[in-house]
Write a new protein. Structure first.
Length: 369
């Protein structure tokens, strides 16, 4: 069965962590550390490369450019200025463009691009030589230097933007700061410009107040690319039911994240320093059944299987060490189908979750040309 991954910050692994993701997963995992050393999770924990995506029948992914400004109290590292964040994000975009130019990937800028790409994958049994489809998104809007600047990113191929990542961003409060803060003044103008372009708003990582305010101001297409459910796991990184319902009612898709911090039932304090997972739970404590609990919760809120998808946060969530027990590489996302089947989902429901919901969404919400 085909898969569409609703969140893969791929350029982080290649540009920031210096991994050659055109190589096999075994070569990447065993590679000698590059110039960046062991940046983030070690190479040995890498879950995804382009060959591994093809092996797992991952036809397309929402890949991210991500570069944030570090501010007082930021829970993650960042750059010291907006200009440097912009330059770093441009490096991420350049990485996707070079993969496109050599046929490893195909950047899907329009509905026709996307529909044609999915047709080719659907009609081809051997995916080994096919380019993987990339819808390019931006995780945290710090690289957008002012609201008008979003037009430049649109011309560069970016089609999805989230306003924040962890902590306070240029445009709003995000996760890792508590849930009290909302949008900053420039956000209203940015949302207006995004709507005029047909840009998709990703609500993931926005604080509750920021997300609610953005929904009031923005009438364009929305999604939650990698977002789990607070009803099941407490903590501000998960959405409460009213925000999940808002995404559902606005024809959006909610991608279930493979990040075990977002599946750990006791929850964690996202405003504090996040400890090592292994100090709290062994890897075998969280399985794909925990992930399906969140998928099922979205389906129950929607009353059908048309709003839930995969939003792996692949390799942005800590790699293999931060994934459910059954996941060794991204190809193991196929195992989700078996768990859904065991839980009583029909084959049509399973296909919806694995790829069709994202397929319908992008075929409808990407620009016509």
């Amino acid at each position: 069965m085909l898969i569409i991954d609703g969140d893969y910050p791929m350029a982080y692994g290649s540009v920031d962590a210096d991994r050659d993701l055109t190589q096999s997963i075994s070569k990447v995992r065993s590679a000698k550390p590059g110039i960046r050393g062991q940046f983030g999770p070690p190479d040995s924990e890498t879950m995804a490369t382009l060959p591994e995506m093809r092996r797992g029948s991952i036809a397309a992914a929402l890949v991210k450019v991500a570069a944030r400004i570090e501010r007082p109290g930021s829970p993650l590292w960042g750059y010291r200025s907006s200009r440097t964040a912009y330059a770093a994000a441009q490096a991420h975009l350049a990485y996707y463009r070079i993969l496109d130019s050599v046929g490893e990937a195909r950047i899907l800028r329009s509905r026709s691009d996307f529909i044609d790409h999915m047709r080719i994958w659907s009609e081809t049994s051997d995916h080994e030589k096919l380019p993987v489809g990339f819808i390019v998104g931006m995780e945290g809007a710090d690289p957008i230097l002012n609201p008008q600047h979003v037009h430049d990113w649109w011309e560069g191929g970016v089609r999805v933007v989230s306003l924040s990542h962890y902590g306070v961003s240029t445009y709003c409060h995000g996760t890792g700061t508590g849930t009290e803060g909302g949008l900053f003044p420039m956000a209203a103008e940015l949302l207006k410009e995004m709507e005029s372009l047909g840009m998709i708003l990703d609500l993931t990582h926005a604080s509750d107040r920021s997300a609610r305010e953005a929904l009031d101001l923005f009438s364009g297409p929305i999604m939650a690319s990698h977002q789990n459910c607070r009803e099941l796991v407490p903590g501000e990184r998960q959405f409460p039911d009213d925000l999940l319902t808002a995404v559902i009612q606005r024809d959006g898709i909610i991608g279930a994240s493979m990040d075990t911090w977002m599946l750990y039932k006791p929850g964690i304090d996202w405003t504090a320093k996040i400890p090592s997972r292994r100090t709290l739970f062994p890897r075998d404590a969280i399985t794909l059944d925990d992930l399906v609990d969140h998928i099922d919760h979205v389906c129950q809120l929607a009353g059908n299987s048309l709003r839930a998808g995969i939003g792996g946060d692949t390799d942005g969530q800590g790699g293999r060490e931060g994934a459910p027990l059954e996941i060794d590489t991204v190809a193991d996302y196929q195992k989700l189908a078996g768990v859904l089947d065991r839980r009583g989902y029909t084959q049509e429901d399973i296909a919806n979750v694995m790829y069709r919901n994202w397929q319908r969404f992008f075929a409808d919400k990407l620009p016509a040309e």
